[in-house]
Design a protein around this ligand. Structure first.
Ligand code: NAD
Length: 371
């Protein structure tokens, strides 16, 4: 299979879709990899690393894409980029929060198949291809570091000649992949950590990381298909906010990660609850791009309300590009292996459960599920 990797064009994007280790594995199994020059530089990989791994490094984007059957990307392509792609190409990428619709005419015009990695089914067989998990792991870790850097307190308890410092208290709302990693990271830094999630299964996971579980009683039917949470009714959301309001003021750092696929993120901290945090407290809202868990969050911005700093970082995994790319590339490798025939050819089989779930073509009608 002929595979192309180009420099990412989204502003601030430092990840690369395939890292040299993965390129080496792909070339060893007979694939041909073309890499645009400096495609991996921002993630810490040089052109020489790619050449050593068996890739051809090419000067221009057009040259790199010529003859390619599969284009491995990290971030959503623009319609213009798709219009320049060779006919019949398969594009493997994330799409982000924007729906796929705007890309359909370009996919149709060039007869392209797009494989949207965020649509990967959460089944055991597809776990190695799950970019939501790999990138959320990085984001959950980095969220704690961002919060710790903003906080006017140290996270661990310290006993020094200058007195004893109490540990900071961290509350993690939403204990999925990012939230659990945030809990583990905050614990490693020595904070006292509490967590909350609506899914009953999350309670055990929070406790097993040495955090306490706070908030309302969770209901057994809070989990929907695929292991995700279902959207709560407005009554349930109000009850959750009420119960969390008691826990929130005792904390110094809130890490918010609650999401419901395809929906606005649940509002867990309203202005009133925010007002109960001490000035100097910090909130890192990882749900900012889908509306935020906190009233007042602005995606990509730092907002201060009543002395409380609210960070709404987007694409946080891109700020740890080496490891984020390494994990992303492993996910892409697993997908390429899944799409390869015994002879090493690319096969897009819409009858296959995994391919069907992630495949977007120009024929997809408006109203199809978001990314
Ligand atoms: P996500 O990013 O969609 O949401 C993050 C968390 O927010 C989830 O734990 C969700 O329960 C929680 N949440 C939603 N609404 C909430 C609310 N109102 N209040 C509090 N919390 C709320 O989810 P995710 O992190 O991608 O993973 C969700 C689940 O999928 C987890 O159970 C995870 O273990 C499972 N999973 C399975 C596989 C697999 O089998 N391949 C892979 C990854 C994750």
């Amino acid at each position: 299979m002929r595979i192309a990797v180009l420099r990412e064009t989204a502003p601030g994007e430092a990840r690369v879709a395939l890292v040299p280790d993965v390129v080496q594995r792909l070339t060893k199994s007979g694939n041909q990899i073309s890499v645009e020059q400096e495609a991996g530089l921002a993630a810490g990989f040089t052109d020489a690393d790619y050449e050593k791994a068996g890739a051809r490094v090419l000067r221009s984007r057009a040259e790199t894409l010529t003859g390619a059957e599969l284009w491995a990307r990290v971030r959503r392509p623009t319609a213009a980029e798709l219009h320049e792609a060779p006919e019949g190409l398969t594009v493997v990428t994330m799409l982000g929060v924007e729906p796929a619709e705007a890309l359909l005419p370009a996919l149709a015009a060039r007869r392209l198949a797009l494989l949207c990695l965020e649509r990967m089914p959460r089944i055991t067989r597809a776990q190695t291809m799950d970019v939501l998990s790999s990138q959320a792991t990085v984001a959950g870790y980095k969220a704690v570091l961002l919060g710790a850097a903003e906080l006017g307190k140290l996270l661990p308890m310290l006993t020094t000649a200058a007195g004893t410092l109490a540990p900071a208290k961290v509350l993690v709302l939403g204990a999925g992949v990012a939230g659990l990693q945030a809990i583990a990271t905050a614990r490693r830094l020595g904070a006292v950590v509490a967590g909350f999630d609506v899914r009953p299964a999350a309670r055990e996971q929070v406790l097993s990381l040495g955090a306490t579980f706070v908030g309302p009683e969770v209901s057994a039917d809070a989990e929907a298909a695929g292991g995700y949470a279902r959207a709560q009714t407005s009554d349930e959301e109000a009850r959750t906010r009420e119960a969390l309001a008691a826990a929130i003021p005792q904390h110094d750092l809130l890490i918010c990660t609650a999401q419901v696929p395809g929906k606005r993120a649940p509002l867990l901290v309203d202005r009133r609850a925010l007002g109960t945090l001490r000035p100097g407290s910090v909130v890192v809202d990882l749900a900012a791009e889908t509306g935020g868990n906190v009233e007042g969050t602005r995606a990509g911005e730092r907002v201060v309300i009543g002395g409380v700093v609210i960070l709404g970082p987007v694409q946080l995994a891109a700020t740890v590009p080496l490891h984020a790319s390494q994990m992303y590339a492993r996910n892409v490798l697993a997908l390429i292996q899944h799409l390869s025939t015994k002879e090493g050819a690319l096969k897009i089989d819409p009858a296959d459960e995994i391919t069907r779930a992630i495949l977007v073509t120009g024929e997809e009608r408006a109203g199809g599920s978001g990314p």
